[in-house]
Design a protein around this ligand. Structure first.
Ligand code: TYD
Length: 207
């Protein structure tokens, strides 16, 4: 989006392996293309922390309010004065984000209409679209298996039916956004190194 730094987003259901790929790409970006910042949504900032407290069950909150909090967290993630993404990109730092507004379209549209989610995210979408989004596509059944193997405590959001709905919503969100955005769909059901190679070859095309 005409910034010197590139903005790279990873999306996928829980268990899709995006956090691993974020870390691998982060290391390589720093090595080959200069300074790169790795971040995630919900963010580590106050609104993001509140969302994590809600997800862990510490703070009860209506799902519509949570949808609003994600919008607020995202805007803060973009414009905060400490490490706001937009400033970093202007200063020629690349940014990798583990999730962005497609996540809201996939997860919050379980409780609200996708039209509303899209409208609520309009400001963020106008301010910053990703230079490239990698969607790691995984069957919800496989995602569930991976979550069960790799985590002790299951959060509210990690149940089978929910994962199926989210996966379905992702397909719809991709269908809506693919004309306007640079989205690469990669099967997450293949070895980490293969996925890493595909991602790297796409990232190199940005430079
Ligand atoms: P996740 O990246 O899976 O974090 P962790 O590695 O801690 O599991 O994100 C946490 C949860 O937040 C995940 O279940 C998806 C959810 N989420 C939304 O519901 N809406 C959003 O807009 C975002 C960014 C995340």
């Amino acid at each position: 989006m005409n910034n010197p730094g590139k903005f790279i987003v990873f999306e996928g259901i829980d268990g899709s392996g995006k956090s691993t790929q974020c870390k691998l790409l982060h290391r390589k970006m720093n090595q080959y293309f200069g300074s790169c910042h790795l971040t995630c949504e919900p963010s580590e900032r106050p609104v993001g922390k509140m969302i994590r407290d809600i997800f862990s069950g510490k703070l009860p909150m209506d799902n519509l309010v949570v949808a609003g909090l994600f919008v607020a967290d995202r805007l803060d993630h973009l414009v905060n004065k400490e490490d706001g993404i937009i400033n970093l990109l202007k200063e020629n730092t690349h940014v990798i984000s583990d999730r962005y507004y497609l996540s809201s379209m996939a997860y919050q549209s379980v409780f609200a209409s996708m039209e509303w989610i899209l409208k609520a995210n309009e400001q963020a979408r106008q301010m910053l679209k990703a230079d490239i989004t990698f969607y790691l596509d995984l069957d919800p059944e496989k995602g569930m298996e991976r979550i069960n193997h790799s985590r002790d405590s299951k959060e509210i959001y990690e149940e089978m039916e929910h994962l199926r709905t989210v996966h379905h919503n992702y397909q719809k969100a991709l269908e809506w956004q693919k004309r306007e955005e640079n989205i690469i769909v990669i099967s997450a059901d293949q070895p980490t190194e293969i996925i890493e190679t595909i991602i790297w070859s796409e990232v190199q095309k940005l430079f």
